[in-house]
Design a protein around this ligand. Structure first.
Ligand code: MRU
Length: 309
């Protein structure tokens, strides 16, 4: 099952806001539809955002609108995942925008499978692997980065148990990662985010593998809560790996200069449709945090496992 499909000059995206209850597609007929899908997180996860953005530029090109302007608008849809900027720049530099987007679509799947093979080498038979957010097939075109490593370990015949952090406020771990693992009968348990440290202290976690929105000098930006998982992992000596394709690397900036997206208060004030705090409560809602390089055992890429920058 692919997170997105290109059919009849339209981009179909699995609507991730509706999972796990409904598996439906959101149709993008214009580049503005793609922008809306990225902003509202119909499509999310760094590699998926990148490939969707590339198709967004292709939609603008097919419609004969100002492609430079469309590309700039698409780039302003979310700030932290560098794949968005990488993908738009790449298709803009190509002679045939749609062909380039279709190439990127296929490359994403191949890259994740290669990354999975490298990553599976650090996962032992019988391991319990904890992951945060969703760096799975849904965050890419298919297979996933962190969940791709888990899939590859299972395909290699290893018996793996997965623990998914719930990932407040939007529940990508609970809604998406658990769902993906269940589709393939990979044993999975869900925990609240604050239980991760306790389980590590109890010796119940052997490895941690997460994804990344950006890898840069000094560390990695990933979903809010990743830093606390990494700090606990260091304290309890649990190897903490990041799985990320080379397209997630930013060699221009320090990780501390990357814009961390702040999202709306309603995400924190509500749990699903239910308000959980007084109406006028002030909120901070950073969507990502930064894991410093010294907390990371290795970065699993399609070129092998490397040291953090
Ligand atoms: O806000 P999201 O759901 O787009 O955040 C996604 C993450 O933080 C993922 O871990 C990251 O993009 C890597 S996806 C392979």
């Amino acid at each position: 099952m692919k997170t997105m499909l290109w059919e009849d000059n339209q981009l179909l995206l699995i609507d991730q806001t509706k999972l796990p209850d409904e598996l439906t597609y959101f149709t993008c007929k214009t580049y503005q539809d793609v922008i809306q899908a990225i902003k509202t997180m119909v499509v999310r996860g760094a590699p998926a955002i990148g490939v969707a953005a590339a198709f967004g530029v292709a939609l603008a090109d097919l419609a004969g609108v100002d492609v430079e302007k469309a590309a700039a608008e698409i780039k302003s849809s979310r700030p932290t995942a560098v794949n968005l900027f990488w993908a738009v720049d790449r298709v803009m530099a190509a002679e045939d925008i749609l062909k380039e987007a279709l190439d990127m679509y296929q490359e994403d799947v191949d890259t994740n499978r290669t990354m999975g093979k490298y990553g599976a080498e650090v996962i032992d038979d019988g391991d319990t692997v904890l992951t945060h957010c969703n760096a799975g097939a849904l965050a890419c075109v298919d297979y996933g980065t962190a969940l791709g490593v888990i899939r590859a370990a299972v395909e290699a015949g290893k018996k793996i148990d997965v623990i998914c952090d719930e990932t407040r406020p939007l529940g990508q771990g609970a809604r998406l990662s658990v769902w993906e693992m269940q589709q393939e009968n990979i044993p999975v348990r869900l925990i609240v985010d604050s239980a991760a440290g306790y389980l590590m202290q109890q010796g119940e976690v052997d490895k941690i593998v997460i994804g990344a929105d950006r890898v840069a000098k000094g560390g990695v930006a990933n979903k809010i809560g990743s830093l606390m998982v990494a700090l606990a992992a260091k304290r309890f000596r649990v190897p903490f790996y990041v799985a990320a394709p080379i397209s997630t690397f930013d060699h221009e900036k320090s990780i501390y200069d990357v814009e961390i997206e702040e999202r709306g208060a309603e995400e924190v004030l509500h749990y699903g449709n239910c308000r959980i705090a007084p109406e006028k409560t002030e909120v901070r809602n950073p969507a990502f945090d930064i894991v410093p390089s010294d907390l990371i055992a290795g970065i699993i890429t399609e070129e092998g496992i490397i040291d953090p920058l």
